[in-house]
Design a protein around this ligand. Structure first.
Ligand code: BG6
Length: 462
């Protein structure tokens, strides 16, 4: 068969999930509470259809069946996360033996099925006790995270050789401290800056711990949602607005993780507005010495930016948007089922930026996918006919392929997500999986895209 888009030998094909979104068993197996369990308890109406995290997609009990499905649809790699509050209930101290058994079983089952596990340590799920101590605002929590990371490396590092410190660390900053869509629902930009800073320090600490173990075949990275910023026009005000959006939403994590330093312009803006986080002696050296080996890129949509037409009241609290407005590009292509713009070339732009400005770091697409509300409307002959998802993935893969042809160091593509899962306060609103899950019965069935993906993976191209 002649393939128009052939990927390099050994390309990683798979998908990503996260513990709280798929495991369920939130009150089973000795798990402690995390912020999601707690927020749902106190404000269930903040969750779509009032559905909480207690059972989600029930991977905890069905992991074998699920891993067999992964194998069936051509996965050679798969990204999961460990639930910190399952492994170490309360966040620090004693390890939960039932969690060790569970994660050992999952990792072993993956390996037996020739699927390499990529393991992420933190996907939005802070143990409640640690949140009560201040969460990422607290330096002690940073230390607790480093100890948790060390424990995870010790327990599973003999079989796992791709580790990730965080998934989208900016999202808890935005959700929990700026825009009120994660617990603790604080809206305070100064505190947000502290949280972001501590997360970056925590990541560098975990990288340090891992590198000290001297695992020659192992790699540690971070997964960032890089949202390329495009200005409305080439006029200087729009260009500046776009550059500042990029500084806050991409470079605030990308630069410290990959280059080991913060962009000077970001430091200047935070200083000017009295929002520089509290730093400890030695932090900047820690960042510099502990950059990541590999970068996961989550990409869903671009950010379109224009300069503010009316300057905000100087007494209003400083927020990133103080500098820019969002802008709807005329004629843009939309995922009308989620309300997000589709701009496939964004993936190419990100990869070329990594090549040109970030030492061509080894990377992969760690999430990319299409959320669809009421997806059952596409059910026909017992299968979800998600041709829109096939097109979405295919078009992104074409641009990824082109970036690879032009020398970028991308090693794989993971779709978000393996199966429909519980997406935080959106719960089961937007479906993203290759596998559909009946929220009531938890029954699984393959969507059309799963069969398509299997072919792509088996042929290493399309
Ligand atoms: C990603 C997150 O950015 O978006 C996932 O890593 C999340 O955890 C996904 O589920 C989809 O979000 P939503 O709001 O469209 O369901």
């Amino acid at each position: 068969m002649t393939l128009e888009y052939k990927f390099p030998e050994g390309f990683w094909w798979g998908s990503a999930t996260s513990a709280t979104q798929i495991e369920g068993a939130a009150n089973e197996g000795g798990k402690g509470k995390n912020i999601w369990d707690h927020w749902y308890e106190i404000e269930p109406n903040r969750f779509f259809n009032n559905v909480g995290p207690e059972s989600t997609s029930d991977f905890y009990h069905r992991y074998k069946e699920d891993i067999h499905l992964m194998k069936e649809i051509g996965h050679n790699t798969y990204r999961m996360s460990i639930s910190w509050s399952r492994l170490i209930p309360g966040g620090r101290g004693k390890v939960n033996p039932e969690a060790v058994t569970f994660y050992n079983n999952v990792i072993n089952e993956l390996i037996e099925n020739d699927i390499e596990p990529f393991v992420n340590l933190y996907h939005f799920d802070m143990p409640l006790e640690l949140q009560n101590e201040g969460g990422w605002e607290s330096r002690e929590v940073v230390e607790a995270y480093a100890a948790y990371a060390k424990e995870a490396f010790r327990l599973f590092g003999d079989r796992v050789s791709k580790w990730f410190t965080f998934n989208e660390p900016i999202v808890p900053v935005e959700g929990g401290y700026l825009y009120d869509f994660h617990y603790p629902n604080v809206v305070d930009a100064k505190r947000a800056a502290q949280v972001a800073y501590h997360t970056a320090i925590a990541s560098a600490k975990a990288v340090k711990v891992y590198h000290e173990l001297d695992k020659t075949d192992g790699k540690i990275g971070i997964i960032l949602n890089l949202t390329p910023s495009y200005p409305r026009s080439e006029n200087p005000a729009d260009l500046r607005a776009s550059r500042i959006a990029d500084l806050f939403f991409n470079r605030s994590f990308l630069d410290p993780a990959v280059l080991g330093e913060y962009p000077q312009e970001l430091i200047d803006i935070l200083t000017e507005h009295g929002q520089l986080p509290v730093m400890q002696k030695g932090d900047l050296e820690l960042l510099k010495a502990n950059t990541v080996d590999i970068l996961g890129v989550n990409y869903y949509q671009p950010r379109r930016v224009k300069a503010k037409e009316n300057l905000p009241n100087p007494y209003s609290p400083f927020m990133p948007e103080w500098f820019f407005d969002h802008y709807e590009m005329p004629g843009r292509k939309m995922n009308i089922y989620r309300g997000w713009e589709i701009y496939e070339k964004g993936i190419y732009d990100i990869m070329m930026n990594l090549k040109e400005n970030y030492g061509n770091i080894e990377s992969f697409v760690s999430e990319n996918g299409m959320g669809v509300q009421d997806e059952d409307r596409f059910l026909k002959d017992g299968q979800i006919q998600d041709d829109y998802r096939i097109e979405f993935i295919g078009e992104h893969l074409k641009w990824l392929h082109r970036a690879i042809q032009e020398g970028c160091n991308a090693k794989g593509y993971h779709m978000w997500t393996f199966m429909d899962n519980w997406s935080w306060s959106n719960a089961y609103k937007n479906r993203y999986g290759f596998v559909s899950v009946d929220v009531e019965t938890k029954e699984r069935s393959l969507k059309k895209s799963a069969h398509w993906f299997k072919e792509v993976s088996n042929n290493n191209g399309f």
